[in-house]
Structure formats: C-alpha cells, structure tokens
Design a protein around this ligand. Structure first.
Ligand code: DC
Length: 232
C-alpha cells in the first residue's frame, strides 16, 4: 500500500485477529485484508511447517532441543502474497502439505515450545512490520504485535466451529465424523490455551466477536467498520 492520505501517512499497520480453531479467522482475515488493501498473514502456517518437517525427519515432537536444532539447519520461509500465505522448508514448497490432518493433530505439541515460538515470532515480525498486514493467529494481539492498531478476538461455540471444519474437509473430499472432529477441536483448544508460553487468550484491549450466528460478510463488515472508526 502506498503512503497516501487514506492511510494517514503511516508506513505500516497491523490488524491482529486471534481466536481458537474454526472460529473463522482465516476467511475473515483474508476478506478484511482484501477490503482494506492490506496483506494477509497466516502465522499458524509456520508452526505447521515446523511440525510437518519434524514429522518427515522423525524428530521427537516433545524434544525442544531437537526442534530448535531443526529450525537452525532448515530454512523456513514464509511469503505473504495478497490473500495467500506460502511456506517453504529449504527449497521445497510445503504450502499444501502442512494442511494434512496428521500435522493438524500434532501442531500443538510443537507450538508449545519456547524456542520454537521465539524463532517463529522473529520471522512473523520481520515480515509484517514492513507494511499493512492483517495477521491471524493465537498470540498476535498479546505477544507478536501488542501495539497492533486493532485487535479482534473471534469466538464461536464448539459445535459451530466443528460444522465449519466439517464443511471445509468435505469440500476437499475428506469424510469425517462430527463427534471425532469435535473431540479433536476441543483437544487442540485445550492444548493451545493451557500452554505456559503465549497461550491462546484474548488481549485485554481486543474486541471480542462471537461469530456463532454471524455470516462471514457480517464478521468482515464489523471489523472493517471498527478499523475505519479508529482511523476516522
Ligand atoms: O491457525 P492454525 O489452525 O493453522 O494453527 C495451527 C496451530 O499453530 C494451532 O493449533 C496453534 C499454533 N499457533 C500458535 O501457537 N500461534 C499462532 N500465532 C498461530 C498458530
């Protein structure tokens, strides 16, 4: 985005969107970014990337030192392109591979380690502090960008979140049982919100938005309106 009157002479700005799995973060963050002309950044992709490579290489996901060593030798790269976050490990693009169910069920084991988080936060800041970004994650408003211009914390009932995930998986041709998926979501939420470092939680100054009964358009409009309010 250019430095124009519309962006009030600013050269960078962050909108942070945090919340649990299936709360609508990705779709909402992408559309908010599109509407405002910001770039979208999915930070979960990085934790997924480390998990994927660690699993491929047979690294023990409970071993923080081993994961740290992996991050040292493997070049994890993230690129934010419009509404797509692409990920590489060394020269291999793993943007699709990191979405597997195996990675999804193991990622919380990896993302709880302090050393992993330090390295990933560094990468996120290096990218997003250079422009106008809508950054999506679990600790964006609390840890990564505590000075974000606008912080949104999305919530929704576990049933609504399970239904959304089921639809997403069905669209990819993956059949899953509602109850099993519900259990997986509950387990991931518990791990993400109970970990010692940078747990999933609402920043004190974040606006909580319950998306259970909102359409995507309503969610997006609410956030865009809030942003325009603070910038008017
Ligand atoms: O948003 P997602 O489902 O792709 O995220 C995958 C996992 O990564 C999530 O279960 C927790 C972790 N994560 C995190 O700890 N901090 C972030 N900022 C983003 C994701």
């Amino acid at each position: 985005m250019k430095n124009t009157l519309e962006n009030h002479g600013k050269t960078h700005e962050i909108i942070a969107i945090d919340g649990p799995a299936g709360s609508g973060k990705s779709t909402t963050a992408r559309l908010v970014a599109q509407k405002l002309g910001f770039t979208y950044l999915d930070t979960g992709a990085l934790y997924r990337a480390v998990t994927h490579v660690a699993m491929l290489k047979g690294v023990d996901l409970a071993n923080e030192q081993a994961l740290d060593a992996l991050i040292e030798i493997c070049d994890f790269k993230l690129s934010a392109e419009g509404d797509l976050t692409r990920v590489w490990a060394d020269s291999s693009e793993i943007t699709e591979a990191i979405r597997s169910r195996e990675v999804t069920s193991n990622v919380s084991l990896v993302s709880k380690h302090a050393k992993v988080r330090q390295a990933m936060v560094r990468l996120q800041r290096a990218i997003a502090s250079q422009g106008f970004f809508v950054v999506e994650g679990r600790d964006i408003g609390t840890v990564v960008f505590p000075n974000a211009a606008l912080k949104i914390y999305l919530v929704a009932t576990v049933e609504a979140r399970t239904e959304r995930r089921m639809l997403e998986l069905q669209q990819k041709g993956v059949a899953v049982e509602f109850e099993k998926l519900r259990e997986e979501i509950i387990i991931r939420d518990k791990k993400d919100s109970e970990r010692a470092i940078a747990p999933l939680k609402k920043a004190e100054d974040a606006i909580e938005l319950d998306t259970t009964r909102l359409t995507i358009d309503q969610q997006v409009e609410t956030i865009v309106r809030k942003y325009k309010e603070i910038r008017s």
